[in-house]
Write a protein that binds this ligand. Structure first.
Ligand SMILES: [Zn+2]
Length: 125
């Protein structure tokens, strides 16, 4: 696997469908730093769905038992890249929201509500 952000993961598709169902329209993989999974250009809001393994979620990430050094370096690079992408987007005036894959599995309606709220807040400013 050469890309960190593998296309169209199951939780990501579930989020897209749920947002679409409540009438929210977005762009998928916009041409922005880090290629956000979703972007709401009018509200200047970007969303990344972060995989629990690839982005080292504090609840689910466990270091692999083999090739430990390889994975440690790889995951650290991913996290560093995430921070850099966040900075770049913010500098361009975008708000960045990162949602863990497990949040979507456990509470999809909660994630949808959070995104809606952010969009509404953005619209009223
Ligand atoms: Zn997780």
């Amino acid at each position: 696997m050469s890309r960190v952000r593998s296309a169209d993961t199951v939780p990501e598709i579930a989020l897209r469908r749920a947002l679409w169902a409540v009438g929210l329209r977005y762009r998928v993989r916009a041409r922005l730093p880090g290629k956000p999974d979703l972007a709401f250009p009018k509200s200047r809001l970007t969303i990344f769905v972060d995989g629990c393994f690839w982005h080292a979620c504090p609840r689910h990430y466990g270091e692999p038992k083999s090739n430990t050094d390889f994975w440690r370096t790889k995951i650290a690079a991913n996290r560093k890249r995430d921070r850099r992408v966040d900075r770049e987007l913010r500098k361009l005036g975008w708000q960045v929201v990162r949602i863990w894959e497990h949040e979507l599995r456990e509470n999809l309606p909660g994630a949808v509500a959070r995104v809606r709220e952010l969009l509404m807040r953005q619209a009223s400013t």
